[in-house]
Design a protein around this ligand. Structure first.
Ligand code: AMP
Ligand code: MG
Length: 322
């Protein structure tokens, strides 16, 4: 059973004395694996980390009935300064910096467009919206402005959505909680978005990179020791097929439609927040984005629209074919 679980996890380095727990948070199965700690200590640390990740979902989510500062902002009158939670404000500033650095590929203001496409609705959408509806939901560029502590949106179509970065941030907060509880060796895997700390019984953690078109298959693996994050964005996560064409949840801000240059994009960075945002940006940019990652010392890999795997030099050094 453990072997099977480890295979499912794509973590080839699972072992008997690991403490392993799975929770459902942020619409995905989050797997905690802790190595080299007492069971009771590990269980408590996981409980606290999971609660913190759930708290972050509540603070950032634009779905469900629970009120938060993001939803309030998205309903606020345009050109009116509004306060966001400090935490939201910080993540928004990081998002805008990455938007600029990625030539607009990453866009935290696509809330109304994402709601229109409905990939995260229950039940999820099964056909694309009309061109008119897309035009009416697509926000103009630079529609978010900071005024000291306050934020302003200049257009009603401009609505925050942290779907491409909040999961990474939650993983970072989860790891921070584990560390605070004295855990030195662990993995948090939130549906393929991963951060590791320490090692696995003296060996590096081994992480399989999922094949975007072969369920259960891997492109290859990487070994990581220390503190690092590996995040993948893929067109297989939330999608529907309509008239033989795949429509998925990562949108090209220029067209307001699913980005077409990639099947998946993987980025390695010190923090899961940064790796999460950049994996989405790289997915939109396609193979040309690999140099963006290289200049920022982030190993990165893209499976392009034709199914070709492309890597930058940083990734080539650590990638192992299956
Ligand atoms: P990820 O799975 O991390 O790539 O994030 C995808 C989610 O981020 C989607 O479900 C949307 O909520 C949101 N999103 C879609 N396209 C973009 C984009 N170009 N930039 C930022 N967020 C996006
Ligand atoms: Mg992302």
């Amino acid at each position: 059973m453990l072997r099977l679980l480890c295979l499912l996890l794509l973590l080839t380095a699972c072992a008997k004395d690991d403490v392993h727990e799975t929770r459902f948070i942020m619409g995905t199965l989050v797997e905690f694996t802790i190595s080299g700690a007492k069971e009771a200590q590990a269980q408590k640390a996981i409980r606290l980390a999971a609660a913190e990740m759930q708290r972050i979902e509540d603070v950032f989510s634009i779905y469900g009935a629970r009120e938060n500062s993001v939803k309030r902002f998205n309903r606020s009158p345009v050109n009116t300064p509004l306060l966001l939670d400090d935490e939201v404000s910080r993540l928004l500033q990081i998002s805008l910096d990455i938007q600029r650095a990625s030539a607009g590929a990453f866009d935290p203001a696509l809330g109304s467009l994402n709601l229109l496409w409905g990939f995260s609705h229950d039940p999820p959408a099964d056909h694309p919206p009309s061109s008119d509806a897309i035009r009416e939901a697509r926000p103009p560029a630079d529609c978010l402005h900071r005024a000291g502590k306050y934020w302003i949106r200049t257009d009603a179509r401009c609505q925050l959505d942290f779907g491409a970065i909040a999961k990474g941030y939650a993983i970072d907060r989860g790891i921070a909680l584990l560390k605070r509880e004295g855990i030195h060796n662990a993995i948090i895997n939130a549906g393929g978005d991963i951060r590791v700390i320490g090692n696995h019984q003296g060996k590096p953690w081994r992480i399989g990179l999922r094949h975007p078109r072969q369920p259960g298959g891997v492109l290859g693996s990487i070994e990581i020791r220390g503190d690092a994050s590996v995040v993948t964005s893929g067109d297989y996560e939330r999608f529907f097929i309509y008239k033989s064409k795949r429509y998925h949840h990562i949108l090209n801000p220029e067209t307001g439609r699913p980005a077409r240059r990639s099947q998946s994009a993987t980025v390695i960075a010190p923090s899961a927040t940064i790796a999460d945002a950049w994996s989405t940006a790289l997915f939109v940019l396609g193979a040309q984005g690999l140099t963006y990652a290289e200049t920022r010392q982030m190993p990165a890999l893209i499976v392009d629209a034709d199914g070709q795997t492309r890597m930058n030099a940083g990734m080539r050094k650590i990638f192992r074919a299956p």
